[in-house]
Design a protein around this ligand. Sequence first.
Ligand SMILES: NC(=O)c1ccc[n+]([C@@H]2O[C@H](COP(=O)([O-])OP(=O)(O)OC[C@H]3O[C@@H](n4cnc5c(N)ncnc54)[C@H](OP(=O)(O)O)[C@@H]3O)[C@@H](O)[C@H]2O)c1
Length: 234
Amino acid sequence: MSRVCVITGASQGIGRAAAIRMAAEPDISHLILVARNGEGLEETKRMIGATKAKVESIAMDLSDLDAIPELVKGIHERHGSIDLLLNIAGYAEPKSLLDTTDENIRTTYAVNVFSMLAMIREAVRYMRGRPGKILNVASTAATTSRPGWIAYASSKAAVVSLSQTLADELAGTGIKVYVVSPGRCATELRQKLAPEEDPNTIMQPSQVAEVIASLLRGGENTLDGQNIIVRQQS
Ligand SMILES: NC(=O)c1ccc[n+]([C@@H]2O[C@H](COP(=O)([O-])OP(=O)(O)OC[C@H]3O[C@@H](n4cnc5c(N)ncnc54)[C@H](OP(=O)(O)O)[C@@H]3O)[C@@H](O)[C@H]2O)c1
């Protein structure tokens, strides 16, 4: 069976690594890459290189929730199904409580939580009756305290919570929901959170992508909903 895979946040970092890794899976017929930066998406496409999967990039701001139903409908109309949805897009602007502006709270939650829920709701309309898989990226910040990152950490806790609820709500429909929580991973977002850290000493995006690919394989049927921590072992 060939599968259509949608990946948000594919213009760089973990989303880009996931796109490159998923393109190597033999049953992926279409990869749809979504993020704001069109050039970043094209670079991801270039890095994927030769693949039998057809790759489409869509540059859009996912915090525009009103645009999400059309986005998902369009993908379904063009490619005939949506089998895998990887919600990887994320935003972080680390601030302590008194420095956290309304704008920071709104943007963090709009990208990390609201757009994810809207993407899932719209994709599920088309997945029903098929063995679909949804994978949401949270963070270890969801379950351990991060003083100074209040908006980001709390938004990631919401991702864990919504994923667990949806795994149960969608049980029996054939749709599985996974939530993956990476620890420190060498990307631009991590550099913002820990500017002093040497990115060569921490987990690389390709390591997270490897775990993501293994969860999304057709045969994986032992995990669902539980928060899966992905962390480099020292
Ligand atoms: N790196 C870590 O240590 C770490 C640890 C735990 C969890 N995570 C999570 O992993 C995921 C990927 O993060 P990353 O580390 O790879 O960070 P990154 O390199 O900053 O990538 C973030 C991605 O999200 C996209 N994005 C942000 N705002 C968007 C918007 N409004 N509309 C559409 N796309 C948007 C960005 O694309 P554009 O800028 O092109 O829109 C980019 O592709 C995030 O959910 C993050 O919270 C990361």
